[in-house]
Design a protein around this ligand. Structure first.
Ligand SMILES: Nc1nc2c(ncn2[C@@H]2O[C@H](COP(=O)(O)OP(=O)(O)OP(=O)(O)O)[C@@H](O)[C@H]2O)c(=O)[nH]1
Ligand SMILES: [Mg+2]
Length: 389
C-alpha cells in the first residue's frame, strides 16, 4: 500500500485535511504545534470502477466509483530553520521516511505567518512558504549523511568498496539505489569519492527530489484572497479547502447530504432537516466548490497517486468470464500498481506464492493471453494462471 504524508508549516490545516480524508480522529486548533505525535490513517484514491462499462453488479464500488486505500500520515508542523532547532526542530521529519510522496500543505489564505501564528487573511504571502520544506528535508538528509560520512570516506579509500552502494545503504529507508546515486553524481558532475561536505547539500537536495516527490496543496482556499490564489496558481499549486471537505463528510455521514469525496458538488437530501446555520454553511461550501471544481482534497490525493507516483489501478480476478473470484464477488480487489508493472508483478502483489508459481495471464476483457512482460494499463482486469494451489 502506498503511503502519503501531509507536511508543512504549523497551523496550515494538515490535521484538518487528514481528518477529512480519513475520518479518523485528529486534534485541530488555530495555533501552531497542535499536532506533535503523528496521526496515521487510511485515505482513498478515487477511480472509475470498470463495472459500469461492463454492466456488472459490483458490491465494491459506490455509484460506479472505486475507492482504493492508501496510508496517510499527518506530521507535526515544521518551520524554516527547523534543522537548526527552530520550532520543534526537525526530529519529526523522521516520520516522513516511510512516505512515498508528500502533500506539502500551505495556507493559501495568507492568514498565518511562516511559523504558523495567526495574522489575519492576506497578511502573509504563502508563495514564500513553498520552498522551505524541500530545504529542511534536504538538511535532514544531509544530517543523516554527515553522520556516516567519515566512515564512508574511510571505506572508500580501501579497494572494492563502492561509495554509491555505501550511500544507498545509508538511505535504505528512502528507497535509494546505487544506480540512483550514480545518476545524481553524473547530473551534478561530481564524484562522491572526492566530495567535500559542502558539495553534499546539492547532492542531498537531489536525493530528496527523487525519494519524496511533492505536491504543493494550497489549503484554506475558501478564505484565500484573489491575488494570493492567482500567485499560487502560477506555481501550479493544487487548491483545497480541507475544512469544507470535513464538513461535507460529516454532513454525508449524518445523511443530510449526498456527497462522495471528489464530487464537484453535493446535493441536499431533505432541506427541512437542516437548520438555518447549516443551510448557510452548505451554501458557502457550494460556492467554494464551484470555484475549485470540488473541495480539492480527493483531487490532491489522486494527483499524488496518479501523477507523483505514477500508479494505475489493476483488478485481479480468478474467473475471467464473470470478472469475479471463486466466491462470485465481482471485481473483488483493486491494486494500485506502478505504471509499467507486468502481470507477473501483479501475481506477486496478490500473493508471493502466486508470483513464484506464475504461468501466464489473461486479459479478462479480451480473453486473450498476455505476455509476462506486457505492461499493464489503468483499469485492466487480469486473471493470473499459476501452479499455486
Ligand atoms: N478557512 C479554513 N480554515 C481551515 C481549513 N483547514 C484548516 N483550517 C483551520 O486552520 C486551523 C489549523 O488547522 P489544523 O488542521 O490544526 O492545522 P495543522 O497544520 O495540523 O496545525 P499543527 O498541527 O499545529 O501543525 C484550524 O483553526 C482549522 O479549523 C480550511 O480549509 N479553511
Ligand atoms: Mg496538526
Amino acid at each position: 500500500m502506498i503511503t502519503l504524508a501531509l507536511a508543512g508549516k504549523p497551523n496550515c490545516g494538515k490535521s484538518t485535511f487528514f481528518k477529512a480524508a480519513t475520518m479518523a480522529h485528529a486534534e485541530i486548533a488555530n495555533y501552531p504545534f497542535t499536532t506533535i505525535n503523528p496521526n496515521f490513517g487510511v485515505a482513498y484514491v478515487r477511480t472509475k470502477c470498470p463495472c459500469r462499462e461492463l454492466r456488472l453488479t459490483c458490491k465494491k464500488c459506490v455509484d460506479g466509483n472505486r475507492f482504493v486505500a492508501v496510508n496517510l500520515i499527518d506530521v507535526a508542523g515544521l518551520v524554516p530553520d527547523a534543522h537548526k532547532g527552530k520550532g520543534l526542530g526537525n526530529q519529526f521529519l523522521d516520520h516522513l521516511r516511510q512516505a512515498d510522496a508528500i502533500l506539502h500543505i500551505v495556507d493559501a489564505s495568507g492568514g498565518t505567518d511562516s511559523e504558523g501564528n495567526p495574522v489575519g487573511a492576506g497578511n502573509h504571502d504563502p508563495a514564500d512558504d513553498i520552498r522551505f520544506l524541500g530545504f529542511e528535508m534536504t538538511m535532514w538528509v544531509y544530517g543523516i549523511l554527515e553522520k556516516h560520512w567519515s566512515k564512508l570516506n574511510r571505506q572508500a579509500q580501501g579497494k572494492g568498496f563502492s561509495i554509491q552502494q555505501g550511500v544507498a545503504e545509508t538511505f535504505t529507508g528512502l528507497g535509494i539505489t546505487a544506480e540512483d546515486v550514480r545518476d545524481i553524481e553524473i547530473a551534478l558532475k561530481m564524484d562522491l569519492v572526492y566530495a567535500k561536505m559542502e558539495d553534499l547539500v546539492p547532492f542531498c537536495a537531489e536525493i530528496v527530489k527523487l525519494s519524496k516527490p511533492m505536491l504543493v496543496v494550497g489549503n484554506k482556499f475558501d478564505e484565500a484572497p484573489e491575488a494570493l490564489r492567482a500567485k499560487l496558481a502560477e506555481k501550479k499549486v493544487a487548491f483545497a479547502s480541507a475544512a469544507s471537505e470535513l464538513a461535507l463528510r460529516n454532513a454525508a455521514a449524518a445523511n443530510l447530504i449526498h456527497y462522495l469525496p471528489g464530487d464537484p458538488q453535493f446535493t441536499i437530501g431533505n432541506e427541512g432537516a437542516l437548520s438555518a446555520a447549516q443551510k448557510a454553511g452548505l451554501a458557502k461550501i457550494a460556492s467554494v466548490m464551484k470555484q475549485n471544481n470540488g473541495t480539492g482534497v480527493q483531487q490532491a490525493i489522486n494527483r499524488a497517486a496518479f501523477e507523483l507516483l505514477d500508479r494505475i489501478v489493476v483488478y485481479p480476478v480468478e474467473d475471467e468470464n464473470h470478472y469475479c473470484n471463486k466466491q462470485g464477488d465481482v471485481l473483488p480487489d483493486a491494486f494500485l500498481m506502478k505504471k509499467g508493472s507486468t502481470p507477473h508483478d501483479l501475481a506477486y502483489q496478490v500473493h508471493t506464492d502466486i508470483g513464484k508459481a506464475f504461468l501466464y495471464a489473461i486479459d479478462a476483457r479480451t480473453k486473450m493471453r498476455i505476455k509476462e512482460s506486457h505492461a499493464l494499463k489503468d483499469g485492466d482486469i487480469i486473471k493470473i494462471v499459476s501452479t499455486a494451489k
